[in-house]
Design a protein around this ligand. Sequence first.
Ligand code: CA
Length: 246
Amino acid sequence: MHKPSYTGNLRPMMNRKLRILIVEDEVAIRTGLTDVLVYHGYETDFSAEGPEGLNKALSGKFDLILLDVMLPGMNGFDICARIREQDKDQPIIMLTAKTSDEDIIQGLGLGADDYVAKPFSVAQLVLRIQAVLRRSHVTQEMDSQIQLGKHISIDTVNLSGQNGKQPIQFTRREMDVLQYLKCNDTRPIPREELLNKVWGYSKNLDIETRTVDIHIAKLRRKIEIDPKEPQYLITVRGAGYRLVTE
Ligand code: CA
């Protein structure tokens, strides 16, 4: 298969590959997509039929779902609607075949992030995938510096910083947490979301959210002037953690 010669210009913000689920029953399209996406640095999984595709999609493990319409067992429109019931933010691109699909898309307002009509150019599809991921905040052009107030500066590339005159060092995971909070600093982030987006844990897994709290406590000892009275990495009661940079 022809590999597009350009490379994506996005850096995954987390220290892991972005995961794409391909729900497509046509072997040729599925394997072609898998090849190209792996070539572009994504991790892929697939399903060749509707119900299994839905189950995988609902696992919360995927950064993006490529969803065919005509599938055995359950069609892509129904799958899309079911995903949206559970997760309104899950990035989805639908691969539509028939021109009549246009009417259905219009009528249902299914809320996929994008629709790509078959036959599609693979290079175009990769660009659309990158655009959707960029919008979904899964990937961002990250700042190499984070400044908190006047006294705390953080170098995200070298995992280091200064708290006043005190040098600080971060682990990769701590920095991933910090960067995710920084990317989303307009809202508090629930622990479950951090486990999912930073650790890559499935949303349906009942994992100890204490893991998150331990990392937050460690971060506070590094970036707060008084870790007992956090002013930058604050707890929003009942909602999660939020990074306040000023
Ligand atoms: Ca199909």
